[in-house]
Design a protein around this ligand. Structure first.
Ligand code: FE
Ligand code: FE
Length: 290
């Protein structure tokens, strides 16, 4: 049963808005010297319900929960759907009660992919932008917000201080489990992120849905796009292997399109649809397993 404390956000985009507040566009400019105090001030300004969201996330994302969700979802036996059907399905998630939400899920996906397209990137990159958040359909399967969205981070080893609100991990039982408390925990130093269980959410789920169909850099963008402590703050380098260092560059290339591609005019879904249907059919079969 989902309780209000499982879903403190008014809408899923509220977490994305919060990431944008944490990492404003100017802070990603080369040579920017954002001072640490600015981030401290930010913490006090975070609305209570957004803090409640992080609190629920950090308390409940354990190794055991992760294994349960993998067992439940990674057989991909929820349903068969085309990519466009999943976009339409995700679009039913719009929360009418949030007056600040002016973009539908489809529009966020299309703005991201259109910005990538406008910069002349390869077709697989554009398609990655189009699909990157489709894992949020987990919400429509009844999952609470804290198990769908939010920053991701490894479970099964020590939580990094660079994760937003690290103090909330005091409520996570894994924190006191000697198996998971060390820097590498259950993982091998330099063994690669492939071996690492990231906190469960829309990134990991969608990676498994599309892993047969997109090239490795696109898969890394999907799987790690919410892993801010890693791609933005430089944490967890000790778990990476050589391949991860290459993929990190791609994930960093993708991130600004996800965060900063809000255009003044919302994309015209009907007008763009033929182009994207063709792009989808170049990489995906008619329907895939979700
Ligand atoms: Fe996302
Ligand atoms: Fe996104």
């Amino acid at each position: 049963m989902i309780t209000p404390s499982d879903n403190p956000l008014r809408s899923l985009e509220e977490w994305d808005d919060d990431v944008l507040r944490r990492y404003p566009e100017s802070s990603s400019q080369p040579g920017d010297q954002k001072d640490v105090d600015d981030f401290r001030v930010y913490d006090d300004e975070t609305p209570q319900h957004v803090q409640d969201f992080y609190r629920a996330n950090h308390r409940n994302q354990t190794v055991e929960f992760n294994r349960q969700q993998r067992d439940k979802y990674l057989e991909l036996n929820q349903r068969r759907m085309s990519i466009w059907e999943a976009m339409d399905f995700l679009n039913t998630l719009v929360d009418e009660s949030d007056p600040d939400t002016d973009l539908t899920q489809i529009q966020h996906l299309l703005q991201t992919s259109e910005a990538i397209r406008a910069d002349g990137h390869p077709r697989w990159f554009i398609l990655t932008g189009l699909v990157h958040d489709l894992g949020k359909i987990l919400c429509l399967f009844g999952e609470p917000q804290w198990a769908v969205t939010g920053d991701t981070y490894p479970v099964g080893c020590a939580f990094s201080d660079s994760i937003v609100y690290p103090e909330f991990f005091l409520d996570n039982p894994d924190q006191a489990d000697p198996r998971y408390a060390s820097r590498c925990g259950i993982y091998e130093q330099g063994g690669g992120l492939q071996q690492v269980m990231l906190s469960w959410g829309h990134d990991e789920y969608l990676y498994h849905v599309v892993k047969e169909y997109l090239p490795a850099p696109g898969l890394a963008m999907i799987r790690y796009h919410s892993f801010y402590p890693w791609h933005h703050d430089g944490a967890y380098r000790h778990l990476m292997n050589e391949q991860d260092h290459q993929m990190l560059e791609w994930v960093k290339r993708f991130n600004p399109y996800d965060l900063y591609s809000k255009s003044d005019v919302p994309p015209d879904v009907d007008q763009l649809r033929p182009y994207y249907q063709e792009l989808i059919s170049e990489f995906f079969p008619q329907t895939i397993s979700w």
